[in-house]
Design a protein around this ligand. Structure first.
Ligand code: SF4
Length: 502
């Protein structure tokens, strides 16, 4: 039977979100309709993440929950795509006998053919990377014909799906081999996409109504493409994207400190549509730990980049990633991280408890010797330090007017609309998981008219508005704050919505 419907659930980073959008577009072209539950689907796909064990466990549990469904409807195709498919490979078939298909992140251009084959042959089939050569330089590799380019370049408008804010990949893979990280093993070597293809993709998205682009790369600032005689680096790529008419905002993630090039700051200063926001993972404030992680920079070098950033763009918002409980991390090492967070005064940080990943050199060579409770305590302590900083920064905005790109109704407003309730609930929105306490802490209630959006500095703002504001850039006067959210009221429209977004 030819499949007619699909269910697709995404785990992990923005790269996976983008891969899922591209896969969804291909499935639609195959004539499949998206459904909201595996029960209604002929094809069930999980786009997976291997960065932490917890993410893989979640997928295994989802797969386990489909055993009965597969018994009832054996023609349902169940597939794992993305990093976990590549990391665990054929073992996953043994672990999950009702699984039909595996497709690694570097093989997604084969997914269509794989689905057809599985539905015809009723066998477990896989498309996984063979060897992706690392013997060439990143610039040379960018020149090679990359079959995945077809996937990115064939992006089409999807009826009913907003492109207001879109991701565009500039680079695939990673060559850094930080000792804790599985990405270079599952996503292959670093390859940069041709600038002309990136610019064409952004132009096409803008023509469909996109106002904000986020350029994605595992180490986005390491972008390098050999264009004939010319070497195009990330600063020049940013300028090329900035020159596209009709685009309002450009962001880029994630930057890698060891490859930093100060000419990117010149672009941040001189190109007004490049948002004053830099996500620059530090991972630790201890040189000893940074060396064990093989990050390739010292705390002093990291601080130099931050100080230079603030010289060029004084109000730049900084975001950082940290790993707590890396093998051998002492209390002194951790306090050095706390000190770094205090010194930098980030806008926000993401903290991860170290989780040994099979195959990485940290997992092979180092004992996971920091107890789980110590990791949790350090995680909470670091977040508490940042929360005080975030609140202080946000309080400084009370009474000021900020520019917000309106993304849609807040989650709280949508809940109210869904339940048709007439009493308010705690406000707040677009917040990452686990931030419910932020909404509660604000003490502010939402209305069904509450909208949410982001400032150029990547702060979330919520305020009451009209449907016509969705997709517009508005001025919002800030009246109150919580560590993660700005609350205010619309003062005026800077630039109306260009397409109607529901
Ligand atoms: S730079 Fe390091 S942490 Fe980032 S993806 Fe590459 S190996 Fe992983």
């Amino acid at each position: 039977m030819k499949p007619a419907t699909y269910f697709l659930e995404t785990f992990g980073c923005q790269m996976n979100v983008l891969d899922s959008q591209l896969v969804a577009a291909r499935l639609r072209e195959m004539g499949l309709r998206r459904v909201d539950s595996p029960r209604e689907a002929d094809v069930v796909l999980f786009n997976t993440c291997s960065v932490r064990q917890h993410a893989e466990d979640k997928v295994l549990s989802r797969l386990g929950g489909l055993r009965a469904l597969k018994r009832r409807r054996p023609e349902t195709i169940i597939g794992v795509i993305g990093c976990m498919a590549e990391r665990v490979r054929h073992e996953l078939f043994a672990q999950v006998p009702h699984l039909d298909l595996l497709c690694g992140p570097g093989e997604l251009h084969h997914l269509e053919a794989l689905l057809v084959e599985v539905s015809e042959r009723h066998e477990q089939l896989a498309a996984l990377a063979s060897s992706q050569s690392r013997r060439t330089t990143a610039a040379e590799r960018g020149q090679a014909d990359d079959p995945l380019e077809v996937l990115d370049s064939s992006r089409h408008a999807v009826p009913g799906e907003s492109v207001l804010q879109s991701y565009v990949r500039v680079q695939r893979g990673c060559d850094k081999f930080c000792t804790y990280c599985v990405v270079p093993f599952v996503r292959g070597p670093e390859r940069s996409r041709p600038p002309a293809n990136i610019v064409a993709e952004v132009r096409s998205l803008v023509a469909q109504g996109c106002r904000e682009i986020t350029l994605l790369g595992q180490t986005v600032n390491s972008y390098v493409y050999q264009d004939g005689e010319r070497t195009v680096r990330f600063a020049e790529l940013l300028e090329q994207v900035h020159a596209i008419d009709g685009l309002d905002r450009i962001r880029f993630v994630t930057s890698f400190p060891a490859d930093w090039d100060d000419s990117i700051f010149r672009v941040l200063r001189d190109c007004p549509r490049v948002c004053p926001y830099l996500h620059l993972p530090a991972q630790s404030g201890s040189d000893r730990v940074l060396k064990a992680m093989k990050r390739g920079y010292t705390v002093a070098e990291y601080l130099r980049i931050v100080d230079t950033a603030r010289r060029y763009v004084p109000d730049i918002a900084l975001a950082g990633d940290f790993i707590v409980g890396f093998p051998g991390e002492t209390e002194e090492d951790f306090q050095a991280t706390v000190e770094l967070v205090r010194r930098i005064e980030y806008k926000s940080i993401f903290v991860f408890k170290y989780s040994p990943r099979p195959g990485t050199s940290a997992e092979r060579a180092r004992e996971d010797d920091v107890p789980a409770e110590t990791k949790s305590r350090r995680n909470n302590e670091l977040l508490a330090v940042q929360s005080v900083i975030s609140l202080r920064q946000k309080r400084a905005l009370i009474g000021r007017t900020v520019e917000v790109l309106v993304e849609g109704y807040s989650k709280a407003a949508r809940r109210l609309q869904d339940s048709d309730a007439d009493t308010g609930v705690d406000a707040g929105d677009g917040l990452p998981d686990g931030c419910a306490h932020d909404r509660a802490a604000s003490g502010i209630t939402a209305s069904p008219r509450q909208l949410a959006g982001r400032t150029p500095h990547d702060s979330i703002a919520v305020f009451d508005g009209e449907p016509a504001h969705i997709g517009a850039i508005v001025n919002v006067r800030i009246e109150s704050v919580s560590p993660l959210t700005l609350f205010g009221r619309i003062e005026g429209v800077r630039s109306p919505a260009r397409v109607s977004i529901r």
